[in-house]
Write a protein of this length. Structure first.
Lengths: 91, 135
């Protein structure tokens, strides 16, 4: 029962990632693509948590932290890039 | 008893996955960057928080492992999700992405115009409100 519910959740998350892929490929402005990419990162993170529950292991939880940090930094860097034309201000 | 806790965690995870699905639907259907950023930021963050909380409950109550990494992930996603959404929407407005044509109000337009005129008077530099705060 629990495993069936978890597998159903995995399917729903995969469908959500597919929807975000549509916006990532089509999205009229660059900000649309960035928002879709950020959402894909967050959904991927939750998929890994569900996978760890299904496989009864905690070894994947490092990946959750790494994907969260990299996705956030990527979003911030891309948003700064389209706003100011550079990521780091050089003094 | 153990299996009922497991069922509770699985229902939480399923709820989070449904919220993520709604967020993806909003990301496809809404007409505008700013409206889409609501879908992408709020409901996706809440869905992920539900899923991670469900995973934390499952591992601590059923498997007997209290995972601090998972708690750290929950706090991190809760803090960074809205910040990333705000930065993205701000970048979109400042690079001139159009609002939906049926939007009725744009308060930021006037404020941004005033800021740009002040910057023009100041010789192209953005206006500095305070001196260096450090002594």
């Amino acid at each position: 029962m629990v495993a069936a519910l978890l597998q159903l959740s995995l399917v729903l998350l995969a469908l959500s990632i597919t929807g975000c892929m549509y916006r990532l490929l089509k999205g009229p402005s660059a900000s649309d693509r960035i928002a879709a990419l950020d959402t894909i990162g967050i959904l991927l993170l939750s998929m890994i948590a569900v996978l760890g529950m299904l496989l009864h292991t905690t070894v994947y939880f490092d990946i959750i932290l790494v994907i969260g940090i990299v996705s956030f930094i990527g979003t911030v860097a891309l948003a700064r890039y389209i706003e100011r034309g550079m990521v780091m201000e050089d003094e | 008893m153990n299996s009922s806790f497991g069922l509770l965690a699985a229902v939480l995870v399923l709820l989070g996955a449904l919220l993520s699905l709604f967020s993806a639907y909003g990301l496809i259907r809404l007409p505008d960057v700013y409206l889409r950023s609501h879908a992408a930021t709020k409901s996706a963050t809440l869905g992920v928080l539900f899923i991670l909380t469900g995973a934390f409950l499952y591992f601590s109550l059923v498997e007997g492992v209290v995972s601090v990494k998972l708690l750290l992930g929950i706090v991190f996603v809760f803090l960074t999700g809205p910040v990333a959404g705000h930065l993205n929407a701000r970048a979109a407005y400042r690079t001139g992405v159009k609002l939906w044509e049926r939007s009725s109000q744009d308060d930021l337009k006037q404020a941004l115009q005033q800021e740009r005129e002040a910057a023009k008077d100041n010789g192209g530099q953005p206006k500095i409100l305070k001196e260096d705060p450090l002594p």
